[in-house]
Ligand binder design. Sequence first.
Ligand SMILES: O=P(O)(O)OC[C@H]1O[C@](O)(CO)[C@@H](O)[C@@H]1O
Length: 550
Amino acid sequence: MNAASRTRLNQLPEWTALGKHREQLGEAHLRELFAADPQRAEKYTAQVGGLHLDYSKQLVTDETLELLRELAAATDVFGLRDAMFRGEKINTTEDRAVLHTALRAPRDAVIEVDGENVVPKVHAVLDKMSAFAERVRAGEWTGHTGKPIKNVVNIGIGGSDLGPAMAYEALRSFADRDLTFRFVSNVDGADLHEAVRDLDPAETLFVIASKTFTTIETITNATSARNWLLTGLQAGQDAVAKHFVALSTNAEKVAEFGIDTTNMFEFWDWVGGRYSYDSAIGLSLMIAIGPAHFREMLDGFRLVDEHFRAAPAESNVPLLLGLLGVWYGGFFDAQSHVVLPYSHYLSKFTAYLQQLDMESNGKSVDREGNPVDWQTGPVVWGTPGTNGQHAYYQLIHQGTKVIPADFIGFAKPVGDLLPGLVAQHDLLMANFFAQTQALAFGKTPDEVRAEGVPEELVAHKTFRGNHPTTTILTAELTPFVLGQLIALYEHKVFVQGAIWNIDSFDQWGVELGKVLAKRVEPALTEGADVEGLDASSRALVAKYRSLRGR
Ligand SMILES: O=P(O)(O)OC[C@H]1O[C@](O)(CO)[C@@H](O)[C@@H]1O
């Protein structure tokens, strides 16, 4: 469907129908919905790859789901999906194709951008990454002094950090070589300081990850890392070649920095930063877990891509998850979405999703530049269970906000835990199941009274329940499963952007701060008079300078 001809979302009859349905649903409680339909627990489940989803604890009925699917049809979600997979330039504000799905396409696939099949290039880079990763893993890639590499420091930010850092953490039990991995992103010098202070430069490889190779944080950290290396080795510029590789789309800037472009692993402008960790941006991860596991992860991505592309609306899981978010944002005024992985290895999962979701769908104009008057992307947050239970779950259970939640759990613990620790997994998962039950069904005042609670405390100890959750349960956290999970969220975000009629693939909102930071810096360092600095910022800069003794 031509975006320009699209009726505004909230003027579609399908949107109006959902509004009416929401009114009819009123305060219907999950207790009633379950009582009314004995099949509900079985009926509202879905499967994609190894992921089992239970969405029976969502505030939906058959009619809700039908109306939501009608909205998806009216907004032509599948049409835009097909255009994305075909390589059409659906990122209209940047005039770019959106082809992260090509990063996991099989070798014999044909996907064209501007008449060129991009799949051979994808596999050529994967092969080059594999050969390099194997050399490092085997101790065959030696540094300037001839010592094998023992430490890999990834320097990048945003999509050039969060993906590999998250996936390394998730899959660290698959890291089977005696290598140390660190991820540096913050321009705060403390980040690089802590990452390198106990490392031997002679054994350290820096992986400079930047799509543009112009990002100030990354180039600043990379420059400092180069100084640390050359000082530590007491070597000249020629030492850089053995200790620095680049992951980028910008060969010119890589060469300008002094990195040999034969040690550059390429990707392309049709890979968005937040969709890039299965491209060359995943090199550090590949060195950690090995090329075979990396490819298993790509298989996981591909499985969900194929499902998203082929499954009918009724069983299409990314579509379902996307629609649920549209339902709560549009008709319950939900402002946030909490993601709660019950795996310590997924400690960076939500931070990764924050960029994926919030940088993609944190927009307030539609594709034609008109202001939207419907909710777009939610605030995404969360930490691994059970820690959150002893922190912010109170608000989810008894606060005043509607906070849809995803609970992600695994039947088996990851890897070989120390003896005795495997048994703790059942306790972890008991909490997992208990929480979604408590959130959905709560505890009525009568149930509280039946426990002998004094009347004045009954209201305090009552749980309203009716908090919507999706449970995602799978056997264990493997590279294959991680790929599936990430692709699931990528496509969920896609579905929502398609319905909201926004460009999910640009990120103009991060630009202004970057420009202003460049302008402010001379005011901090030299006390320069910065044109256009507002009164508050001017006073703060003066205060900063006096605190610094300048
Ligand atoms: O990989 P680069 O070009 O250094 O960009 C890093 C990140 O910066 C952003 O452009 C936002 O500032 C992200 O979209 C991107 O992932």
